[in-house]
Design a protein around this ligand. Structure first.
Ligand code: HH2
Length: 307
């Protein structure tokens, strides 16, 4: 794919090679993520319900800023089959500007305080900031979901190591403010695999246990629709790195594009197709808005994949 004048940002100490990582054994059946709320078994795909305490998220912005409403939505998602929830207070939609830590905490903590006693499943905090992650872990969160894979805040991976919590390491080209300007790769699958392998090694070097690492291709984060499709098509390459793979396709722009410009609220069936394909190719965690519908999708996809 032609890259024009765009150059990928140089990331200190991060070799982005066009060669994939050497393949490791596929994840053992019965893999479990240890969390403070108990083990999260990954032998079957887990639905991670999305709860954004933001005014501006691309899909559920403004819906869950109120703690009472957020707690009710959390309980509903768990009753519908969510095995974990992901709480975020900073939108990472294309073009989003960073939110200062105090504002992120002002949105997040009241929602976390309401949601924590309402559900027993593990709660992830979706943040790139060590200070926000620390306060959320103190407030009952169980794992950290970092869309920057520990690059935006050097304190984040050491915090996960100290607190002995699992961490999701996601690939992104650029930053949310700029990432969709001109996404460019010579081989998107190999480059994302090399990045995730390198970030997993950085997490281990910071003291995070290998068993506590989850990787994520970062669907929609500095990628065209073609890049997203290619990554889903070759998800097996990421699965072969040996870490559980989380995929977040829910209602995303590439689905709207593939459907000829569908708005966010009309992407349920497109999301279902992408979730089914991700499960068939080995995704172990599916980050979704529509938990009840995706539970059926996952059950059928899993049945077929396992046959
Ligand atoms: N996608 C979004 C946010 N966080 N985290 C991971 N690990 N993987 C993803 O694909 C991912 C993520 C974006 O979706 P959403 O939270 O619904 O919207 P917004 O960023 O506008 O709040």
């Amino acid at each position: 794919m032609a890259c024009g004048a765009w150059q990928p940002p140089r990331l200190e100490g991060l070799p982005i090679s066009s060669e994939p990582e050497p393949l490791r054994a596929a994840p053992a059946a019965g893999r479990v993520l240890g969390t403070r709320s108990g083990p999260l078994a990954l032998d079957r795909p887990v639905l991670v319900g999305i709860l954004n305490a933001t005014p501006d998220s691309f899909s559920d912005g403004g819906l869950h800023l109120d703690p009472g409403r957020a707690a009710a939505a959390a309980a509903e998602m768990v009753a519908a089959g969510a095995g974990a929830l992901d709480l975020g207070a900073e939108s990472t939609r294309p073009g989003a500007r960073p939110v200062p830590a105090d504002e992120e905490l002002r949105r997040l903590l009241p929602v976390l305080r309401a949601v924590r006693p309402a559900v027993r499943v593990p709660l992830a905090v979706d943040t790139t900031k060590a200070e926000v992650a620390r306060r959320a872990l103190d407030g009952g969160a169980d794992l950290v979901n970092d869309v920057s894979a520990g690059r935006f805040d050097p304190g984040l991976l050491p915090l996960c190591a100290r607190e002995r919590v699992p961490v999701v390491l996601m690939h992104m080209q650029g930053t949310p403010a700029t990432m969709q300007e001109r996404p460019c790769y010579s081989d998107v699958v190999a480059e994302v695999a090399a990045f995730l392998g390198a970030r997993a090694r950085a997490a281990i070097a910071a003291g995070v246990a290998a068993e506590a690492i989850v990787i994520d291709p970062g669907i929609g984060f500095g990628k065209t629709a073609a890049h997203n499709c290619r990554l889903l098509h070759r998800l097996d390459v990421l699965v072969a790195l040996g870490y559980p793979v989380l995929v977040g396709v829910s209602r995303k722009g590439f689905i709207g594009e593939l459907l000829g410009g569908r708005p966010t609220g009309e992407r349920l069936l497109g999301t279902a197709a992408a979730v089914a394909l991700a499960v068939a190719r080995g995704a172990r965690l599916l980050r979704v808005h529509d938990v009840a519908a995706m539970r059926e999708v996952v059950a059928v996809a899993e049945g077929v994949a396992a046959a």
